[in-house]
Design a binder for this molecule. Structure first.
Ligand code: GLV
Ligand code: MN
Length: 196
């Protein structure tokens, strides 16, 4: 089988001298101890419409994970905050909850909905590619650290994928998909666009 892709898009340059899936390596003479460490100790900025902050530790932020098939995020949720439904096309997600009380939901391709309220010390597992969310249902901020079996899991938010693309998806697609009028689609588009 083909190797798993490590990037969203790779348009072939048929004249290139080298081709790689991921990134080339810097020379070993330039490697330092710092290349193997990454700081996720700071809470992210929770002042946004969703009350959530995802600090990513993928290969773009933490070059040390290149070719290792692994990476880790930090997620903070304010009280009532939500990490909206999203999926990772290239990775499963295994996450340890450090603080707070969080409703974790998973939706399968058969549209079965699994969920549980989890607290500090518990792990949750999101199978590769499935839509999932986390909602802070407690009285304090939530903190958890998701790990991925990919250096670049990719994250697609369902709401953004439909209502905040560049350029916009034609309204006709969305009115015919959701079986509602333009005014409903326009209201959702406006709300989501201003929330970014
Ligand atoms: C949480 O689900 C994350 O993908 O960071
Ligand atoms: Mn996730």
């Amino acid at each position: 089988a083909d190797p798993d892709p490590l990037q969203d898009i790779c348009i072939a340059d048929l004249d290139a001298k080298i081709s790689v899936n991921g990134f080339p390596c810097k020379p070993e003479t330039e490697v330092t101890s710092d290349d193997f460490f990454f700081d996720l100790s700071e809470e992210g900025n929770l002042s946004n419409a969703f009350g959530r902050a995802v600090t990513e530790g993928n290969v773009h932020e933490f070059p040390g994970v290149n070719t290792q098939g692994i990476s880790t995020n930090r997620v903070d949720l304010a009280v009532g905050g939500i990490n909206p439904p999203h999926l990772h096309p290239r990775s499963s997600e295994s996450s340890i909850v450090i603080r707070g009380t969080v409703l974790v939901g998973i939706i399968t391709t058969d549209n079965v909905f699994y969920s549980k309220v989890v607290t500090a010390g518990m792990l949750f597992l999101i199978p590769r590619g499935l839509v999932h969310f986390q909602l802070n249902v407690g009285k304090e901020n939530v903190l958890f650290f998701p790990s991925f079996n990919s250096q670049l899991p990719g994250t697609q938010f369902v709401h953004s994928s439909l209502f905040n693309t560049t350029p916009p998806i034609p309204n006709e697609v969305l009115t015919k998909t959701f079986l509602v009028g333009d005014e409903v689609i326009n209201a959702i588009k406006a709300a989501i666009t201003s929330a970014q």
